[in-house]
Design a protein around this ligand. Structure first.
Ligand SMILES: [Zn+2]
Length: 338
């Protein structure tokens, strides 16, 4: 089979790869219905994180179970399933607390930009949909594998409750879906920080009530203006840079909540400054598995349509163009069809 492999900065190739097989009895092999490029794939693509060896790309996936190992009980061939980028047993004490992305036995899932994928710990990782979905639901179901689950975690970790004022830092796919998540959780006002008109438009569709196009100190001042000088009840940081993190912390009201779900790159926080903000800080790699049953229900009943973040769809063999379009910010998020 052929799949995407990153060889070095801006060098992603669609090339021959071994067909995945059952390695452990707890594995499943799934036939990918759709895959996509993640914002976090752009860090190694841009050379910001190192690529030490040719690396199969893609960690967002959904599709039909092709084969399961002898110990797998909860999914069977023919079912349509979704899983997280971290495989988890879903039984250890950390999983039981809802932090499956820190499972004691977690394994990273990679190589989903391909026709077939091996998923370890299938029983704890994969969740089946009620039936094989109609084609138009597949993009939204795919988002649950990472980007929507991460936006949802941003809202969950920032304690978003009905009536709150929420600010979202970042207008990438995660930020936009954090807006949708805050809306779904009942936020009264949602202040989306964005400078790009196409992204502002989607933020409004997803529930943003105000757009803040200023950044840095000006952005913080604007959030304060919009909140009677207090700051937002909850700020959802969806980027992972020192600028976005600083902006998020400063835009929160004293005693408020800041979540951070973008992988930090070069962020250092000053404890003394943090001390006087009185904020609750909670983030990390999203425990997507925790949210899958609830989010599958919301997509299945067509209450939410997170698949709208895909503004580019390409056949899998054009994965190079998918990376370029996202790198150059011509696309918010690219969906790939095997
Ligand atoms: Zn676990």
């Amino acid at each position: 089979m052929r799949g995407a492999v990153l060889h070095g900065p801006r060098d992603v190739r669609f090339e021959e790869r071994p067909v995945p097989t059952i390695v452990k009895p707890t594995d499943a092999i799934i036939r990918i219905a759709a895959a996509c490029v993640c914002g976090s794939d752009l860090w190694p693509y841009r050379g910001i994180s190192a690529v030490n060896e040719p690396t199969p790309m893609g960690h967002e996936y959904c599709g039909i179970v092709e084969e399961v190992g002898g110990a797998v009980r909860s999914v069977r061939p023919g079912q349509f399933v979704i899983g997280s980028f971290f495989a988890s047993d879903n039984t250890c004490p950390i999983c039981k607390d809802g932090y499956q992305s820190s499972c004691q036995h977690r394994e990273l899932v990679g190589g989903a930009q391909a026709p077939l994928l091996r998923v370890p710990l299938a029983d704890g990782t994969l969740v089946a949909t009620p039936d094989v979905p109609p084609a138009d639901l597949i993009p939204s179901l795919l988002t649950l594998s990472d980007v929507m689950g991460t936006g949802w975690f941003a809202a969950d970790a920032a304690n978003v409750k009905p009536g709150m004022t929420v600010a979202v830092v970042g207008d990438g796919a995660v930020g936009l879906l954090a807006v949708l998540s805050a809306k779904q959780k009942g936020a009264r006002r949602i202040l989306a920080m964005s400078r790009h008109s196409s992204r502002q438009k989607l933020a409004r569709e997803f529930g943003a009530t105000d757009i803040v196009s200023e950044r840095g100190d000006e952005g913080v001042a604007r959030i304060k203006d919009l909140t009677q000088g207090l700051g937002a009840d909850a700020v959802l940081e969806c980027v992972g840079t020192v600028e976005s993190m600083t902006q998020a912390i400063q835009a929160a009201r004293p005693g408020g909540y800041v979540s951070y779900v973008g992988v930090p790159h070069g962020v250092e926080l000053k404890a003394d400054e943090l001390f006087f903000t009185h904020i609750h800080l909670h983030g990390g790699p999203a425990p997507v598995r925790r949210f899958l049953p609830e989010l599958i229900d919301l997509v299945w009943s067509r209450e939410i349509n997170p698949g709208k973040v895909f503004d580019l769809t390409l056949p899998l063999d054009q994965v190079g163009e998918a990376f370029r379009a996202m790198d150059e910010r011509r696309a918010i998020k690219a969906l790939l069809r095997p």
